[in-house]
Design a protein around this ligand. Structure first.
Ligand SMILES: [Zn+2]
Length: 175
C-alpha cells in the first residue's frame, strides 16, 4: 500500500474513533440529564447549569440570562429569576445585564447536584482515540488535538476543517 494511502487509512480510523467517542459521551450526557431532570431539584439543576456555564466563559461575566436558564430547567423565566435571587441573597452570584458574575463559585458548586461530575468522569473513562502515528508521544487531550491538527494540515485540510473537528472534540470532552 502506498504511504499516502496508509496515512489516510490511519487518519480515517482515528477519526472514526473520535466520532465513536463523541457519540458515547453525548449519549451518556443525555441519559444523565434525563435522570437529573427526574430526580434533582430546580435549585440543584440551576446551580449545575450556572457552574457549567461559568466553567466555559470564566466566572467574571457568565452570559446566561434568566430566560435561557429557565429554558434549560424547563421552567418559566420568573421561576428561574426566583432561584437566581436566592443565590444572589446568599452572595453566591451577582447579576449583570444579560449575565451573572459567579461571586462564590465553590458555594454555588455546593448547591449543585453531582450530575456534571458524573458525566465528566464518564468522559475520562472513555479512551481517547490517540492517532496511531502519535502513540507514545500523546498523553493528554491537548496533545492529541495538536497531533491531529498537524496531520490534517499535512493532508491539506483547511483551518476551518480543523476548527470544526476541534469544536466537535471540545463538545465531546466538555473541557
Ligand atoms: Zn442532577
Amino acid at each position: 500500500m502506498p504511504a499516502i494511502d496508509a496515512d489516510l487509512h490511519q487518519m480515517e480510523s482515528a477519526l472514526a474513533g473520535l466520532f465513536a467517542r463523541y457519540a458515547d459521551c453525548l449519549l451518556a450526557q443525555i441519559l444523565q440529564s434525563t435522570a437529573c431532570n427526574a430526580t434533582h431539584s430546580i435549585e440543584q439543576r440551576a446551580a449545575k447549569w450556572m457552574i457549567a456555564a461559568a466553567e466555559r466563559s470564566g466566572p467574571e461575566r457568565v452570559p446566561l440570562t434568566h430566560d435561557q436558564l429557565g429554558m434549560l430547567l424547563g421552567v418559566g423565566r420568573s421561576y428561574a429569576s426566583r432561584v437566581v435571587q436566592k443565590f444572589k441573597a446568599a452572595r453566591l452570584v451577582e447579576t449583570r445585564p444579560k449575565a451573572f458574575f459567579c461571586q462564590e463559585c465553590r458555594g454555588l458548586q455546593a448547591k449543585a447536584c453531582l450530575c456534571d461530575t458524573v458525566s465528566k468522569r464518564h468522559f475520562d473513562e472513555v479512551p481517547l482515540p490517540i492517532p496511531p502515528w502519535a502513540h507514545g508521544s500523546v498523553t493528554s487531550l491537548p496533545e492529541a488535538k495538536e497531533a491531529f491538527a498537524e496531520a490534517w494540515a499535512r493532508a491539506g485540510l483547511t483551518s476551518d476543517d480543523i476548527a470544526g473537528w476541534q469544536q466537535i472534540q471540545d463538545t465531546a470532552s466538555m473541557r
